[in-house]
Write a protein that binds this ligand. Sequence first.
Ligand SMILES: N[C@@H](CCC(=O)N[C@@H](CS)C(=O)NCC(=O)O)C(=O)O
Length: 198
Amino acid sequence: MKLHCHPISPYARKAMILSRLKGLGIDEVTAKADGARGYTDGANPLGKIPALEISNHTPVLFDSSVICEYLDTLQSPILAQSGPERWAQLRLHALGDGISDAVYNYRYESVRPDNLHWAKMLKRHTTALEMAVDALASDIDALGTPWTFGNLSVICALDYMSFRAPHIDWKERAPDLMAWHAEFTAYAAYRDTYAYET
Ligand SMILES: N[C@@H](CCC(=O)N[C@@H](CS)C(=O)NCC(=O)O)C(=O)O
């Protein structure tokens, strides 16, 4: 199995952490930003990471939440579970992904030349991020420890926000969220995939 990935991508990092936590021994193929057919050299028709090549007879999986659900089935304990808890976990995972989406969109708006910045859109993404941080902080017990299917996505999204949208000081805004996040830094799977050193 091959995972096309790069730890700077919060979407790819989720899959890397999950694979490592579960000891799946998946081959990690580092994505190339300048590939003629996208980051995965055509393995993902959308050109994005992550993408998971399972075998020659199975279509390549893409979209990080689909990949994470697949990886979760390969080794116990199954994090996504079933019943009402499953929907809570998928919701939390989607909240984390939504934060990464807003950061990604903010980043691509803000790297344009100054005269092409669309202030309204920058504000829109910033407001979404602030609301999402407040939502996480207001229900801190629901985030859980150690790793769950949902919080995996949230941890990767918070680190990505610190990296690409540092004007949102989420640690200052939500000290309890900062304390919760700090618990995850003890894991090798967290530290060994942390790529935001400047
Ligand atoms: N919804 C997708 C988003 C993946 C995504 O946007 N990945 C970015 C890296 S952070 C990417 O590959 N961008 C390359 C491009 O769009 O060309 C997922 O969850 O996998």
